[in-house]
Design a protein around this ligand. Structure first.
Ligand SMILES: Cc1ncc(C[n+]2csc(CCOP(=O)(O)OP(=O)(O)O)c2C)c(N)n1
Ligand code: SF4
Length: 354
């Protein structure tokens, strides 16, 4: 029988309900968006869950040996193979259920940062999706490799300064290897949304294709890639909407097969934000249209969070973040802000956010 506790507003809750499945005492930075999101995800999943976690900030800061913040079965994996570990757990759990002639009641989850998801773990994630395995994958998108010093990943947005895409002066030598669809965007974008394919970016004066405005790559559209794998449930949120995250996790678990949820999680040192502004930044990401809250069920766009009227301009979002500070210091920066506004406008049109 569960113990009952009465709290101030007289609501009676069980001890089970107040148990934190990702407890405080971890070593993440104050204001880490990833912790807000992961704690919400863990509570929504409940204790009947096994998580395989790719290395990255979430893994490193919650499991300093011999301690762990996780109040549920949780397995450390390498950077690239959380999904393969989850596949193995799923197979073992399905076999156990079969020999017991019972339906499995355990949620199998793989999770990781954007580097582990968009880049290095992607082959194995694609395999897991292709095999149609009943696993929920959660990506905590800090838009960079945060744990190793804020290197750019393919989730890094246009013009963000990172340690591998630093803003600064134009490099004197042309970079012949730079090119291709994600390196080359026209201003303004010709097609709506993040999945657009632009033309070749013209070289800057002197033949240099890099004007050091930060990242010259468009964010990879993993939502579209997940949908192309035929996933029955695909959703996007930001750490500023915990109720939305919890509802999406619970909804995802009602679908059989592979599910994907991507959550924008602001990173305090990586985005050079004040630790008190994490929630504000994540809200503006959604409200400007840059990182919309989306839900696809069986391939169809089922729900979006509409943007407010009037919709905040992207500079309100960008100006809070040191990674975009260079854009406010020059004429060429103004051009980039216009380009980013075009990306947000494209999303509003593409997903019907107005
Ligand atoms: C094969 C391999 N390459 C590199 C690393 C070093 N490494 C550990 S965590 C990490 C960055 C993780 O970035 P991300 O997945 O975006 O998660 P975040 O830290 O941003 O939460 C890197 C590069 C590693 N552990 N294994
Ligand atoms: S570096 Fe960023 S992602 Fe990592 S713990 Fe700090 S705020 Fe969180």
């Amino acid at each position: 029988m569960s113990t009952k506790i009465t709290i101030k507003n007289k609501k009676t809750i069980t001890k089970q309900e107040i148990k934190q499945l990702l407890s405080p005492g971890h070593t993440a930075c104050a204001g880490c968006g990833q912790m807000i999101a992961a704690r919400t995800v863990a509570q929504a999943l409940g204790p009947n869950t096994i998580i395989a976690n790719a290395t990255g900030c979430l893994e490193v800061t919650t499991t300093a040996y011999p301690m762990s913040s996780w109040g549920m079965p949780w397995i450390h994996s390498l950077f690239e193979n959380a999904s393969a570990i989850a596949s193995g757990i799923r197979a073992a759990e399905d076999y156990k259920s079969k020999i017991k002639n019972q339906k499995s009641k355990i949620n199998i989850v793989a999770q990781g940062g954007d580097g582990g998801t968009f880049d290095i773990g992607f082959g194995l994630i694609s395999g897991m999706w292709e095999r149609g395995e009943d696993i929920l994958y959660i990506c905590y998108d800090t838009e960079a490799y945060s744990n190793t010093g804020i290197q750019a990943s393919s989730a890094t947005p246009w013009a963000a300064s990172t340690t591998t895409t630093p803003s600064g002066k134009c490099m004197s030598q042309p970079m012949a290897s730079v090119g291709g669809p994600r390196h080359a965007a026209s201003h303004p974008p010709k097609t709506a949304g993040m999945s657009q394919v632009g033309d070749q970016r013209p070289a800057a004066p002197g033949g240099c294709p890099i004007d050091a405005i930060g990242s010259h790559q468009r964010k990879k559209d993993i939502i579209a890639i997940a949908l192309a794998h035929g996933l029955p449930y695909v959703a996007q949120s930001t750490a500023s909407f915990p109720d939305d995250i919890a509802a999406k996790v619970k909804k995802a678990l009602t679908f059989k097969g592979p599910k994907y949820i991507q959550i924008m999680t602001p990173c305090v040192p990586g985005w050079k934000i004040d630790s008190a502004q994490t929630v504000q930044v994540g809200k503006l990401a959604a409200q400007t249209g840059l990182y919309p809250l989306l839900e696809y069920e069986n391939g169809q766009l089922a729900n979006v969070l509409k943007v407010p009227k009037p919709r905040p301009k992207v500079d309100k979002y960008l100006e809070l973040q040191g990674r975009f500070a260079h854009l406010f210091k020059s004429k060429s920066g103004e051009k980039e802000i216009k380009h980013i506004q075009g990306l947000a406008d494209g999303n509003v049109e593409k997903y019907g956010l107005d």
